[in-house]
Write a protein that binds this ligand. Sequence first.
Ligand SMILES: O=C(O)CCC(=O)C(=O)O
Ligand SMILES: [Fe+2]
Length: 366
Amino acid sequence: MPSILSSTNVVDPNGHDSNLRGGHAKARTRCLKPLVNSGSLDKFAHRDLTPVIGREFDDGLQVRDLIKADAQLINDLAVTISERGVVFLRNQDVNPQEMKTFCERITEAGGLVLTSHQPESSGLHVHPLTESGSELGDQISVISSEKQKKGGGLTHQLSDVSRFASAGWHADITFEPVPSDYAMLKIHTLPATGGDTLWASGYEIYDRLSPAMQSFLEGLTAIHDAKFFHDEAARLGNPIRDGIRGSPLNCGGALEAIHPVIRTNPVTGWKSVFVNKGFTRRINGVTKDESDLLLGYLFNLVAQNHDAQVRFNWRKNDLAIWDNRSNWHCATYDYAEQRAGDRVCSLGEAPFLDLMSKSRREALGL
Ligand SMILES: O=C(O)CCC(=O)C(=O)O
Ligand SMILES: [Fe+2]
């Protein structure tokens, strides 16, 4: 079993900074210090949905315009998403191709290592369960209640025997060595009621740990694993996508990665808990029993603190964009009618911890 921060996983993005743990030489962030919000989005009507997470903009802010907007506006949007965890844009007139362009612009602003000089890679993820030759292209995942009923689809909640609705809390694709920075989902087909999605803040959960527990967890890594996708792929009759899934570091059928348990978000510079019920199986360097206890405790902090969560009630054509580095989300399966939408997920940096980075409350002086 890999020990604490295996040597292949330890890099030093600046060439000399011993405060940095984790990361991969080929997927380092370009953001060596947090990005600054110039306030260019303030003129658009918006409101914060809770003190710690979520901001909603009225439909005066349209993705179609943002795609053509100057770099400052996109920078400010990336910072807003990373600070607020999730941003909701109401009533968007935007197609899946435009969503891809939009997601590419946000991930460029939000500091990923651009590997686009390598022809086989891109800023966007290809999900291992995406059917090849799908009409919307490899980088769009269709979220659909019909697919879900067939036992497939992106969400794996139904493969979990738990009857708790909270069993579905996850961050996207953390089984990849280079996981997601941002993801966006637009819901175009909705039940009359139900189908809400919840997000929770990893910054806030980090802030709820004692200083002793924070520093203990900062020395640890965990295994993230999505082998259950092989069963799901077999059920659906589609092979797993084992070629390059957006980054040359994300390929093959292992669907497994090791990441630091506490991670720094390079856009905000804030620390977050980075384990999730969907994919994290084992904390390294402790016994199996200790790992189970620690993971259970951390997952409970996410599911049971509704004051670290925001619950979004979708209207037709609303679009949510979230930062997967520092937040979790959970769908709600409380409806019988159809619900469907399109999702794009971009790739960020290989997760790292900067021991000198701050917690959210510390940085905001709370
Ligand atoms: O259907 C939902 O509300 C969320 C699905 C999901 O987990 C995702 O889009 O990443
Ligand atoms: Fe998800």
